[in-house]
Write a new protein. Structure first.
Length: 152
């Protein structure tokens, strides 16, 4: 399936503290034929500052999609997810939990906090790339994302 030439520019916020996982995710997304910008923050406090456009992120663009790890320093992914979904200005941004945890309790808690989907990071590189490309295809090619409330 080819991506339409009229596809809009997609802003992605990747909240991930593992440099290796950041690199793999960026590589997998760069193979897509969708125009996208990937902003990376390394912990939950930075993620919320980015989303709220607090210093040093005052010029940050609102993401169309958030890829969120659960196991983050300073503020966990669960706490970040809860704050995003409680905020009327942020709650419409789709949040894909992308984590190593397969624990039923983590899956349940993520959906209870209104995650849009939960994806377990595969351990091998090739499968991880396929998982990220599946996320990209579904969220950036199949579904219709909400317009930024400030611009539409």
């Amino acid at each position: 399936m080819t991506t339409p030439s009229f596809a809009k520019h997609i802003e992605i916020l990747l909240v991930e503290d593992s440099p290796a996982d950041v690199m793999i995710t960026q590589d997998a997304l760069s193979e897509a034929r969708v125009l996208n910008t990937i902003n990376v923050v390394e912990d939950g406090v930075e993620a919320l500052a980015f989303l709220r456009r607090e210093p040093p992120y005052t010029e940050a663009r609102r993401p169309d999609l958030i890829l969120l790890d659960l196991n983050l320093p300073r503020k966990s992914g669960r706490e970040v997810l809860a704050e995003i979904k409680a905020d009327p200005l942020l709650r419409t941004i789709p949040v894909v939990v992308l984590t190593t945890s397969q624990a039923d309790e983590d899956v349940w808690k993520a959906y209870h906090l209104h995650a849009n989907c939960y994806v377990v990071k595969p351990l091998d590189f090739a499968t991880f790339v396929l998982a990220v490309q599946s996320i990209r295809h579904f969220w950036l090619s199949v579904v219709t994302l909400p317009l930024d409330a400030e611009h539409g």
